[in-house]
Design a protein around this ligand. Sequence first.
Ligand code: HEM
Length: 416
Amino acid sequence: MTSAQIENVVPDAVDLFTAAHRLDPYPGYRRLREASGPTAIRLGDTEVTVLSRFADCAAALQSGTWGHGNVDKLSPFWDQEASLPGSFIRMDPPDHRRLRGLVNKAFSARMVADLAPMITQLVDRLVDRAVKDGGLDIVQGLSAPIALAMVGRRLLGVPEQDADLLRSWELAIARGTDPEPLLSAEEIKRRDEAGAAVVAYMMELIGRRKAHPEDDLLSRLVAVEEAGDALSVPEVIGICVLLLVAGMETSINLVGNGILALLAHPDQLELLRQRPELAGPAVEEILRYDTPTQFTMRVALTDTTIGDRQFHRGDGVIVLMGSADRDTEVFTEPDRIDVTRYAPPSRASRHLGFSLGLHYCMGAPLARLEASTAIRTLIERAPGLRLATDEPLSYQPSVIHRGLVSLPVELAPTAA
Ligand code: HEM
């Protein structure tokens, strides 16, 4: 036992992070929530505490006494920072504030609104072609191309011909963001090689943008780096790697998880078809019901408590947002997907899909726009949307990121 005063070790909890739970982690989360509050588990040599209830998760995310502790080498979690350039998602103030502030401007409501026509055009093109073809893979043929165009090209400045390369690096790094003890030696190697390849690639691209700036976020970051000491080149690269994983894997998975949930609940799909204006609220509900980022980690920066539990400086917690958002203390019928749950004037509690507090997702407006455009267009243009396989669907191996490897669907242009 570490210094956290924890009695109730639920053996089931460790199973949460095994392949058996990947298909449907939610019954396991429920058992955990109902059995106990904070629950100690062992990850490799490390004991950490899993927070599964909404109130406990929200407390850790919002309180300044919890952070990452990397500067003080407090973190009991994983060591990928050694192979990947540090990114501010794992930093505490003041570095976090400085770096987030520099990138934040690029995510203003105005910037996202400017991207709207481009997203609409791309989604129209992809869906029209798929309707002609009679089907598509939602992940490979819709959500991944959107994310590659927005994050890959518009933000990171990566040209279209390198999209496949970027996606393969992104997948290896996304898998590698799971806690280190859950990774095989081969996965760690692939992550580290992908990390090194991205760093070399971005170094080269930064050189090109210095000579010839373009209309992308990378050029703006390079200009800040060149203007003074506000940003260093390794920090620019750290931001790029962060956007690659935080921005791409998540938004790809949101659309896949969402369409799958709607196919599994035809009444909700039909409701959305009749009331397409519910696409926005439906995206919020998908973020609650089957969120792409299942958990995050925090470290106690001082001795502190959550509920009646005491933690000591350096203790680690896993904040299980995927569980918090199914908590009956906060949500009515949380295991039911209801695309009207977040429709005005509803007063449903906010979900934790984009986290809370200092690290609240910066890309939330962009992710919402991408997903609602994709889902709405697909449903409007293809009333005959249905699953195109009887085979079991497979999930990506990551446990932090929840998303399908592929989701083949059939599309019929008009209702019979
Ligand atoms: C459905 C899509 C998305 C989901 C579910 C999601 C989820 C999250 C979550 C849960 C966090 C906080 C992690 C923590 O508290 O430890 C986060 C942070 C972040 N996200 Fe997203 N995200 C999504 C899309 C995006 C996009 C499209 C971008 C950018 C292009 C982005 C950029 C970021 C950044 C930069 C942070 C770090 C913020 C900080 O540390 O201050 N995300 N995201």
